[in-house]
Design a protein around this ligand. Structure first.
Ligand code: CTP
Ligand code: ZN
Length: 158
């Protein structure tokens, strides 16, 4: 291990979300509704050096928690480079990259206040299409309003 790498304790059973873009760990914690008051062990490292990303990254390790599909989809929107590791008995049992979905239904709120998806009595859930991978950009199917990667946390409905 190089001197630049920071060692964060290993966990026994739970989830390690690795390769989060530097500075986005708080957004991931917000999606998972982790405040620290739940009682399970959470290890967070921010702005640590990553060889893979050739720069800084954030890491979150959560003992005793496994992610739902909806949580994983939302994480892929704020941390498209993340790797999700499922740890069982201290071993990495499963490792998967996240991928921002082509179609996102219901998780993002359209920024346009008069979009049909925002009119309550219409009861239409939001629908966004991915129009760019890097930077990640989505476009509302109903009104064409775009959401840029840096604005995604602001419009997440979790
Ligand atoms: N990890 C952990 N507790 C364990 C096992 C692994 O916290 N009991 C963490 C490691 O510290 C690492 C991540 O889970 O941050 C993935 O582990 P591993 O696949 O062993 O590391 P790398 O090979 O570095 O992963 P990658 O190739 O995805 O960078
Ligand atoms: Zn819209």
């Amino acid at each position: 291990m190089s001197k630049k790498e920071l060692k964060v304790s290993r966990i026994k059973n739970g989830t390690v979300i690795d390769h989060i873009p530097a500075g986005r760990a708080m957004e991931v914690l917000r999606i998972l509704k982790i405040t620290g008051k739940e009682g399970f062990m959470v290890l967070i490292a921010m702005n640590v050096y990553s060889k893979k990303l050739k720069g800084k990254k954030d890491i979150i390790k959560i003992e005793g928690k496994f992610l739902s599909d909806k949580e994983t989809a939302a994480i892929s929107l704020v941390a498209p480079t993340a790797t999700i590791n499922i740890i069982k008995d201290g071993e990495v049992k499963e490792k998967k990259g996240v991928k921002a979905p082509t179609l996102v239904e219901g998780i993002l709120k359209c920024p346009n206040p008069v979009c049909v998806s925002r009119i309550e009595r219409e009861n239409i859930s939001s629908k966004f299409i991915k129009v760019s991978e890097n930077p990640l950009t989505y476009k509302c199917v109903y009104c064409g309003t775009r959401i840029e990667e840096s604005d995604i946390p602001k419009y997440l409905n979790m």
